[in-house]
Design a protein around this ligand. Sequence first.
Ligand SMILES: Nc1ncnc2c1ncn2[C@@H]1O[C@H](COP(=O)(O)OP(=O)(O)OP(=O)(O)O)[C@@H](O)[C@H]1O
Ligand SMILES: [Mg+2]
Length: 304
Amino acid sequence: MSLLARQMVFVTGKGGVGKTTVAAALALAAAEQGKRTVVAEVGGAARAARLLGGTAGEPGVETQVGDKLWTMTIEPWKVLEEWIARILGSRSLTGVLTRSNFFRAFADAAPGGMELGTVVKTWELAQRARWDKKSRPYDLVIVDGPASGHAIGMLRTPGTFADIARVGPIATQSQRVREWLEDYRETAYVAVALPGELPVTETLELGKRLRKSLGRRLETIVVNGVLPDRFTPEELEQVVGAADGSPVATEIRQADGRADNQHEQLTRLEADADCPIHELPFLFTDALTPDDVAGLADVLRDVL
Ligand SMILES: Nc1ncnc2c1ncn2[C@@H]1O[C@H](COP(=O)(O)OP(=O)(O)OP(=O)(O)O)[C@@H](O)[C@H]1O
Ligand SMILES: [Mg+2]
């Protein structure tokens, strides 16, 4: 089943490896296929809109940035409040909350409240019947997810809440989201990595944790910032130097950024990963423009 045929594609990876860039490129590729696509950003940096040639909207507001293309930053607590109010329906909210085991469940798992709100929103964006009747559904939600260290914890929260609440509407609805996250026909997980030793190790680890927590495997690993191998080490130092200031350039240098070292790490990744691996080139530019993102979308479209 093709990646972009899912309802939701969750992009994660180590900090600074290009998650937002890849999420934007995937969204562009999907929109060009005619899918109504939204990039849902977690954590509020609101960078995807600009990468797609648009302007970010207010937090929590879906903002059109292109043909069939929207972005939004998720406001988890607002989502949670609305979700709970909807689950409990028109009955007197306070009364029901007091009677139900929600407060207990919530207090017990409160550290996960923000994560739960975030995941629930990614689910809501993909529903045919949106909470707000004026909102039209999307064909595809691309989540610009948190760093891999936080991603698994976040993806587990619906299951945790379902288990804590055990019975009742909170449990039922949490369980629904959990099953959606576990269903390969509806959701997919993409890791972004740089071709360095630590990011490769972390990506392989992420794959294992995803399997353990959700019974899912990574759909695709996107290796970002791959250098052309036509440079000698001296030439490479020059070109990386020219792109100095870019976090990717720094990462590459830290990872002993020689193309042959990248090759080694790519080989290691290929040997141990249980999913396709796609490479995106390192772009020698100060700051990525929408044109650069379109170029990366072209590369991904050809392989996905
Ligand atoms: N293929 C590439 N070539 C050159 N620079 C890139 C490439 N991909 C990303 N960058 C640059 O690297 C930096 C990090 O990219 P991006 O913001 O997409 O990473 P991220 O994983 O979302 O970071 P964070 O963890 O901070 O959210 C940005 O400055 C971006 O312009
Ligand atoms: Mg980002």
